[in-house]
Design a protein around this ligand. Structure first.
Ligand code: HEC
Length: 204
């Protein structure tokens, strides 16, 4: 249990059965539990489908072509999965390659910084996630963030200088002159999948 994460507390309270079914806290906990399952599934779909497409393209046409595929496939897959779940599902990070799509909002930034602290403290990236109900000016939202771990394939385009070959570096710097998404090693946190869904009372 952990003071930084009210969602964890609510979930723990629910699983202990210590909250009566009709209290607001219990109904919030139930909402969080249901939507967390959906958000995990959506995050898995996005990461899984993207990794699949990348690996396929990489094998067929190599790293340089995959950069282009990645550029168009990632946003398209994000929109498809978002539509499917009636939510905003996207990848965010503290050091973007494409700032127009990957920039974390304030809530996401706070969670990513917290994930980094937890990872530095020894927690595996694959276990880092957070879920909460957040009141925003437009209404109440379920928000969820799950960290993405850098694997072998990822560091060929997001890695340290020696992991990136010269052609990849050149291509990346011409496509993304403000690229900050390099320097990662296998096992680092590369970013996170974000899932945001308006609750019934929120404006869409
Ligand atoms: C072939 C090169 C390539 C590989 C391999 C690759 N990426 Fe990327 N990655 C990119 C490009 C290009 C973008 C920018 C896409 C865009 O324009 O939206 C990107 C963007 C991202 C972003 C979005 C945030 C940002 O910086 O804009 C994340 C998160 C990310 N990649 C994670 C990964 C992970 C995890 C892997 C391994 C499964 C991976 N990438 C493998 C090229 C690659």
């Amino acid at each position: 249990m952990n003071r930084r994460c009210p969602a964890t507390l609510l979930l723990a309270a629910l699983s202990l059965g210590s909250v009566a079914g009709t209290t607001p806290a219990a109904s919030d906990a139930a909402t969080i539990a249901t939507l967390t399952a959906e958000a995990r599934a959506a995050a898995g779909e996005l990461s899984g489908q993207l990794a699949g497409e990348l690996a396929r393209e990489y094998a067929i046409s190599g790293r340089l072509r995959s950069i282009v595929v990645c550029k168009y496939s990632a946003p398209e897959l994000s929109s498809q999965i978002s539509r499917l779940h009636g939510a905003q599902v996207r990848r965010v990070t503290l050091r973007t390659r494409n700032p127009a799509l990957g920039t974390a909002d304030e809530w996401e930034q706070r969670q990513l910084l917290d994930f980094e602290r937890r990872h530095t403290g020894g927690e595996a990236v694959s276990t880092l996630e957070v879920a909460a109900l957040v009141d925003e000016p437009a209404g109440r939202y379920f928000r969820f963030l799950k960290a993405i771990e850098a694997g072998e394939l990822c560091v060929s385009c997001h890695g340290t200088k020696d992991a990136l070959n010269a052609a990849t570096r050149t291509r990346l710097s011409s496509e993304y002159p403000h690229d900050r998404a390099t320097g990662y090693r296998v096992g680092d946190m590369l970013g996170a999948v974000s899932f945001k869904k308006a609750l019934a009372e929120a404006r869409p």
